[in-house]
Design a protein around this ligand. Structure first.
Ligand code: ZN
Length: 84
């Protein structure tokens, strides 16, 4: 009655990022839920690659996040932080 071999042979194509990225709609900032940190829009690809070994086109990321416009970029975030 062992059911240890129930591992699914197929990986969902976007399962990897679906666990990782969210958009905080209040601030329009992309958030990596794995690292619990905000990720500037222009850093998304390098963050996914260097921290999680995931290669993703920005188009695919935007499609997954269901956003039409980019979230805050690093320069916008810097400006925003320095205002606080
Ligand atoms: Zn991360």
């Amino acid at each position: 009655m062992d059911q240890d071999n129930v591992e699914s042979p197929q990986r969902l194509p976007d399962a990897s990022i679906s666990l990782l990225l969210q958009v905080d709609l209040r601030y329009n900032v992309t958030v990596c839920t794995e690292c619990c940190t905000g990720v500037a829009f222009d850093w998304i690809q390098s963050h996914l690659k260097s921290h999680h070994g995931i290669r993703k086109e920005l188009d695919a990321v935007m499609e997954y996040l269901n956003i039409d416009a980019s979230t805050l970029s690093s320069s916008e975030i810097k400006a925003w932080i320095s205002e606080v």
